[in-house]
Write a protein that binds this ligand. Structure first.
Ligand SMILES: Cc1ncc(C[n+]2csc(CCOP(=O)(O)OP(=O)(O)O)c2C)c(N)n1
Ligand SMILES: [Mg+2]
Length: 553
């Protein structure tokens, strides 16, 4: 309250956040943020990140694991700039972050003093859904309400507010209205019926499920539809979530990440039913058609942008789970009979799982390492992955069988998963879930947001870092072979020491030199209270970047 007993912007701001139960703020402070953070309310928690890339991705992981919008406090242009790569990832992940950057004093802005965020709304674009600096201090609380509404509506995503530092002490006459908005869109019934009849008529359909299935809590609905249709299920290329039980007999793995191989692998089908994914999320260029002749595509997504940019097929805007449930109802009502064409085949992952004997003497591949730990993996663990050249091996050796338990990024921007894992692990602590978080992260990737280890230590989150060490950017060497770009400098990383780096932040850390040691240290790590890092050597054998025909049914 002011001396006259009036409320200020500061009071209204924290009241708004209380109304939405968003009381965990991630940030890195500067002088432009101190008026917002002064007398920090005791019912809120401030999670410090030592660099803004870590701040943003920790908030992203926390938001995904709690299914809530999260406030991020960054330092004017410099802090926003540092956070920008992970703001881009949050935008592609479709995570509702309310990024608030401090701004210099309104009265001085005309002369652009130090710390002025010039043309403040331009900096985060195009990677935010909305960027705004309130026209007057009294608009700040209502801008926060609007920011939350904008962030959570589908497709969800980050928004950006710039708030001059002298706004916080200004009196306000009235608090803003607290509003709730829906976060799902249901499918157009006519288009849904049309899709159902096209599925009914198809001779050799396949389901392709993407990240929106997991984010909409659609696993059960996906399983029911897949089992009714009794058709192969693929994961969409580069999906950032697991979308279907990966040991289920109908699951056939992930579609290839490049044009030609993807088209080739879907040749056996006449209809692809893509739910909750782009068509398609490619990575390297390998020539070929978008789909082979005779293959039609139906796409269901909650994002008009992803519907518009699809390269083939008809699209239906909808929440993935609502569409899966709707299709199930329509197909059942139309008397769809379970076909016997695709009877239960063994999942391609099964044979990989059985090979878990530690290799002694010979050096391990990434796959050997993941396999050697597979049997020790706690079933309830949450998995996070940023291990470029062997991440797919990790997924194969540790198949997901539960919803909302596997996370990676939609963007490929390194430095997201390390801090995101800290946010995910912190969410487990706040929820008292008792679930550990396990992060597979390359020796190169670890370095991008390495300071997030400090936050993991300070908050004693249960997080195990598994760091395969090959002293190189292996995937870039594989890319160089595919793209025929020899003699690229700086693809080797001699002298990095993940154990020493972790210890510098106060995190217990171990080097395991073979599979037996790795198993022993991992067992020990599972008993520990706070974070622990395990580094282990893997061999430097390069493989083709794009596997051919991996998805053949
Ligand atoms: C922010 C950012 N910078 C650079 C890259 C390019 N990049 C992609 S993979 C990679 C190397 C990753 O190396 P490492 O984590 O050691 O994994 P490995 O390939 O050795 O398995 C790099 C530098 C990127 N994706 N993101
Ligand atoms: Mg490496």
């Amino acid at each position: 309250m002011t001396s006259e007993g009036k409320k200020t912007v500061w009071h209204a701001f924290y009241d708004v956040l209380r109304s939405y139960d968003t009381k965990t703020i991630f940030g890195n402070p500067g002088s432009t943020e101190q008026p917002m953070l002064k007398n920090f309310p005791s019912d809120f928690e401030y999670i410090l990140g030592l660099q803004e890339a870590s701040v943003v991705a920790m908030a992203d992981g926390y938001s995904q694991a709690t299914r809530k919008p999260v406030v991020v406090s960054l330092h004017t242009s410099a802090g926003t700039g540092n956070g920008m790569g992970n703001i881009m990832s949050a935008f592609l992940n479709k995570t509702p972050l309310i990024v608030i950057a401090g701004q210099q004093t309104r009265e001085m802005l005309i002369g652009e003093p130090m710390l002025t965020n010039r043309e403040e709304t331009m900096l985060p674009k195009p990677w935010v859904k909305w960027a705004y600096q309130p026209v007057a201090a009294k608009d700040v609380p209502a801008a926060v309400v609007r920011a939350i509404a904008t962030a959570v509506m589908p497709p969800a995503g980050p928004v950006f507010l710039s708030i001059p530092l002298d706004d916080w002490d200004q009196e306000i006459e009235s608090a803003p209205f607290i509003r709730n908005v829906s976060t799902r869109v249901s499918p157009d019934p006519e288009q849904l019926s049309l899709f159902a009849s096209r599925i009914h008529e198809a001779k050799r359909p396949a389901l392709v499920l993407g990240q929106e299935v997991d984010k909409s809590l659609g696993w059960e609905a996906g399983i029911k539809l897949a089992e009714l249709l009794n058709i192969p299920v693929f994961q969409a290329p580069l999906a950032e979530r697991a979308v279907f039980p990966e040991t289920h007999p109908l699951f056939k793995g992930t579609l290839p990440i490049a044009k030609g191989p993807l088209a080739q692998s879907v040749e056996p089908f006449d209809l692809l039913i893509v739910i909750g994914a782009e068509v398609w999320r490619y990575y390297p260029y390998v020539a070929g058609p978008v789909a082979p002749p005779g293959v039609s595509v139906l796409q269901i997504t909650n994002d008009p942008h992803d519907a518009a940019t699809a390269l083939i097929g008809d699209s239906l805007l909808s929440d993935a789970r609502l569409a899966l449930e709707g299709l199930y109802r329509e197909l059942q009502a139309s008397g769809f009979q379970q076909s016997t064409g695709h009877s239960a085949q063994k999942s391609p992952i099964d044979k990989v799982l059985s090979d878990t004997t530690p290799k002694s003497g010979a050096s391990m591949t990434g796959m050997d390492a993941w396999n050697s730990l597979a049997k020790l993996r706690p079933k309830e663990a949450l998995l996070v992955q940023e291990s470029p050249s062997n991440g797919q091996d990790f997924v194969k050796a540790w198949p997901s069988e539960q919803a909302e338990s596997y996370f990676t990024f939609a963007s490929g921007g390194l430095g997201w998963n390390g801090p995101a894992a800290v946010g995910i692990a912190l969410a487990q602590k706040h929820k008292s879930s008792g679930r550990p978080t396990i992060l597979a992260i390359g020796d190169g990737a670890l370095q991008y947001s390495v300071q997030s280890i400090y936050t993991a230590v300070q908050h004693k989150v249960r997080l195990i870092y598994l760091v395969p060490r090959n002293d190189e950017y292996a995937i870039l060497k594989e890319f160089a072979i595919l793209e025929n770009t020899p003699n690229v400098p700086a693809l080797d990383l001699p002298g990095l020491d993940a154990v020493a780096a972790a210890k510098a932040y106060g995190c217990p850390a171990y080097f395991a030199s073979d599979a037996t040691e790795l198993q022993n240290v991992f067992k020990k790590a599972l008993q520990m209270e706070g974070p622990v890092l395990i580094e282990f050597p893997i061999d430097r054998h390069l493989r083709p970047l794009v596997a051919q025909n991996t998805a053949k049914a």
